[in-house]
Ligand binder design. Structure first.
Ligand code: PRX
Length: 652
């Protein structure tokens, strides 16, 4: 970790927000930020009560925060609300009724749709009735496995409307990954599409669902959106076409008055060990957290055209494509496909065409744009942009500078937002009209967030010293537990600093001499590939499940575009052949087991792995091999020194 710390602290450039932005910003002075922050920490009940009061509740809460039984938090207890109501109905009695809620562009050139708030509301009500007609009730689990089409937003809002708990599974996952998630949540229904478009090709989603449903007895029905007009199997009595169901459905469906702590969704994410964790978010607190961050971090205004490029299959798409922006009444741009289809300027074309003013994307995408060349953004008028955002992994200062100059025309503030699936909403971020930014730093905490950087004894570290990032107080949009696994929830996030009652984020961080927070990456065995979390363990399990493999160890290495690439060290069984396409076969196997995102970039065949005397794989050493750097540091625990030498010589 130390090398990392030194390199980031070399960054001395500072960029104050431009005056014009500050003048119009919702928070327009450092003093204002400081006093709001102070109140949010010293009197969270007052602060969050005031924020919640800006939203619609059928019944007001009795108590803002309940932390009597940590780590199980309750927010706005006794309150009754509905997030879909806040995202839709609330706007219908205002002029926003005919405002564009979603402007959608399909990947095939020329495909466009706009849904006003009124129309989106109508579609959501109809689909909520479809859910009910298929037996879905409040509290039931519904899996959504879809391309980025408006029906995905409609499906999730329809679930929220009737209190069904959605579990959205990213469209890149394979059938076994779907099965795991469907089992874990005892899902009753799957909503999918025949296929989706990706880089000009059709991804056959329904085939994958069919494969998965062979092993999912809890699933009683499957609703299928016709997106690509391809032939797919439809199982009589189980599968229904979306359009047929919608045709029959009534457009009237009142939003259910739900308890503030009613489960809203489960979203699976990777942990360092075991199966994926079902992160559970509930209604009221998540609603308040995503609302306030959208309002202040994106400084969203009525006339903005806001574009977050994340897929709704990840948490960023939940919080900042759907719930946050629609709750504020924004116009959300949604794009279905790849950034380089049909050409590498697709994103810039979209920004020019719709006059996008707020653009939120990931460092991995920014690095890809840099690689593709400046000529692509230069061909387009990007002057409508006023604010840029970054999320998913640390952004390298070079990528930040390129984003600032080439996309932001040096005028747009950049908000580098640190948060997690678990946190539900943005936690550490610049406030755009106020915070002087430094390339690569997420800067300072958002309201209600009390971070600290500590050593393993829980002692706060001085500026310049890297350590564990912890959060000292509960916050409204925090996860409530891991679905069906309270003990694992306690163990993963709360055990390490149980005495202090702090949340362990799983990231390393450091504060510089000015108090700016720099995120240093994961401290556990979680990889961050293109801004998405994968556990080394999941990829290892997939490899070992292949008949030819007896043992494997997976580590990350520095990758120019993905941030982190995947390197797999593999021991084959007796008599197995390293050549003749074995590496390719293993890659295909991982793709089939988990999905394309988990496919190793490097496969190293070896006869042994470096282990400690107690048999623990020394990943640190493997990481050095994968990164092509010399190993420094303590090797005295290595059981057999020749293993490492052999691994290195195999590389040559
Ligand atoms: O390591 C941090 C990194 O992404 C992890 C969370 O991943 P996930 O739950 O998939 O959510 C991603 C989108 C919120 C964090 O533990 N991360 C996320 N944002 C940043 C970041 N690292 C540095 N800077 C960021 N802005």
């Amino acid at each position: 970790m130390s090398g990392n710390i030194e390199s980031v602290l070399n960054e001395t450039r500072t960029f104050p927000p431009n005056e014009a932005f500050t003048k119009q910003a919702a928070i327009s002075s450092w003093a204002q930020y400081e006093s709001m922050y102070k109140e949010s920490i010293q009197d969270p009940e007052k602060f969050w009560g005031d924020v919640a009061g800006q939203l619609h509740w059928f019944k007001k809460w009795d108590r803002v925060r309940n932390w009597d039984n940590p780590p199980f938090a309750k927010w706005f207890e006794g309150g009754k609300t509905n997030l879909a109501y806040n995202c839709l109905d609330k706007h219908l009695n205002t002029w926003r009724r005919n405002k564009a809620a979603i402007i959608w562009e399909g990947e095939p050139v020329g495909e466009r749709r706009t849904l006003t708030y009124l129309e989106l509301h109508r579609q959501v009500c109809k689909f909520a009735n479809v859910l009910k007609s298929r037996g879905i009730q409040s509290g039931d689990s519904v899996a959504i496995y879809m391309p980025m089409v408006p029906e995905l937003t409609i499906a999730m809002l329809a679930c929220a409307r009737i209190g069904a708990v959605h579990s959205i599974i990213f469209g890149g996952f394979s059938a076994p990954a779907l099965v795991d998630r469907i089992h874990d949540a005892s899902t009753k229904m799957v909503i999918t599409a025949d296929g989706g478009y990706r880089r000009g090709a059709v991804v056959r989603l329904k085939d994958t669902v069919d494969e998965a449903l062979k092993n999912c007895p809890t699933v009683k029905s499957c609703v299928v959106v016709k997106r690509c007009n391809i032939d797919v199997g439809m199982t009589e009595g189980r599968d229904f076409w979306y359009a047929d169901q919608m045709h029959k459905a009534h457009a009237h469906c009142p939003a259910v008055e739900l308890d503030s702590e009613h489960p809203l969704f489960v979203l699976y994410t990777s942990g360092s060990t075991g199966k994926p964790k079902g992160i559970l978010h509930t209604t009221g607190g998540y609603m308040v957290g995503t609302y306030l961050t959208t309002k202040y971090v994106f400084d969203i205004k009525e006339d903005d055209t806001y574009w977050c490029t994340a897929d709704i299959g990840w948490v960023t798409g939940h919080s900042y494509v759907t719930y946050g922006p629609l709750n504020t009444g924004a116009t959300v741009l949604m794009y279905e496909g790849a950034p380089n289809f049909p050409e590498s300027d697709r994103f810039w074309k979209i920004i020019e065409r719709y006059k996008v003013s707020i653009f939120y994307t990931a460092p991995t995408a920014i690095r890809a744009f840099m690689k593709w060349g400046d000529e692509h953004p230069k061909k387009h008028d990007l002057s409508s942009l006023r604010l840029l955002g970054s999320v998913g992994e640390p952004i390298n200062p070079e990528a930040w500078m390129w984003y600032h100059e080439m996309i932001g025309g040096k005028r747009c503030p950049i908000v580098d937002t640190w948060w997690q699936t678990e946190t539900g909403s943005i936690m550490i971020t610049p406030i755009p009209g106020v915070t002087p930014t430094k390339p690569g730093s997420a800067t300072f905490p958002f309201f209600g967030v009390e971070p600290a950087i500590v050593n393993d004894k829980g002692e706060e570290l001085a500026n310049g010293q890297g350590g564990f990032l912890v959060i000292k107080q509960p916050w409204p949009s925090m996860l409530r537990t891991l679905f069906g696994a309270d003990d694992r929830y306690k163990e993963v996030y709360w055990e390490r600093f149980a005495k202090q009652g702090w949340y362990l984020a799983g990231d390393g961080a450091v504060r510089d001499k000015d108090g700016y927070i720099w995120i240093l990456g994961r401290i556990d065995d979680v990889l961050n590939v293109s801004g998405h979390r994968l556990s080394t363990m999941e990829v290892e399990s997939a490899l070992v499940a292949h008949a030819a493999v007896v043992e494997s160890a997976v580590v990350g290495f520095k990758h120019e575009v993905k941030g982190e690439g995947i390197a797999a060290f593999v021991i084959l069984g007796k008599g197995q052949d390293k050549g003749h396409g074995t590496a390719e076969a293993l890659k295909l196997h991982v793709r089939n087991m988990i999905g394309a995102i988990a496919v190793p970039d490097q496969i190293h065949f070896t006869d042994a792995l470096p282990k400690t005397r107690s048999g623990k794989i020394m990943r640190r050493l493997l990481r050095d091999v994968a990164n092509g750097v010399d190993t420094k540091g303590d090797m005295t625990t290595l059981e057999d020194l020749t293993v490492l030498a052999k691994l290195r010589s195999d590389e040559e």
